[in-house]
Design a protein around this ligand. Structure first.
Ligand code: MN
Length: 141
């Protein structure tokens, strides 16, 4: 199992490869706001754990294992953002909230949150009912 820090890297590397077709150490460093030497260290660790293959001058590629987990990590992040939006969390803190919880929640909980997101997406009136409750609660404060 990857550590939270490894998860952040795998998630970001997967996204970079999706968007640009490759992930350079400098791009990863910029995206994660860390020093390139930290990226190199982590990339070597991920290589050792068979999540990717790293060659100093040729860049890196995800292995099948790295690609599979990267995809799931990006899905998890996006699902949690959708969930936060649905429950009405202020857009200004959604990203930070998701970054804070994504590594500390079981895949079982993720699946159940997926059901709940689907529940609200399948019928617009369900979201309206939730918003009505929230309006009432806000007025009561
Ligand atoms: Mn994330």
């Amino acid at each position: 199992m990857p550590t939270p820090s490894m998860e952040d890297y795998l998630e970001r590397i997967y996204m970079l490869i999706e968007e640009k077709g490759y992930a350079r150490v400098s791009d990863i460093a910029e995206a994660l706001e860390v020093h390139p030497s930290s990226v190199t260290k982590m990339v070597q660790k991920l290589d050792k754990s068979d999540y990717l293959v790293y060659e100093r001058y040729r860049g890196l590629i995800l292995t099948a294992k790295g690609n599979k987990i990267g995809k799931r990590l990006v899905y998890r992040h996006e699902l949690l953002e959708d969930f936060m939006k649905i429950i009405g969390v202020n857009e200004d803190h959604i990203y930070q909230d998701v970054e804070g919880i994504e590594h500390h929640i079981s895949w079982d909980a993720i699946d159940r949150i997926g059901d709940l997101v689907q529940y609200f997406q399948e019928k617009e009136s369900r979201l309206e009912t939730l918003r009505d409750i929230q309006k009432r609660n806000d007025q009561a404060d």
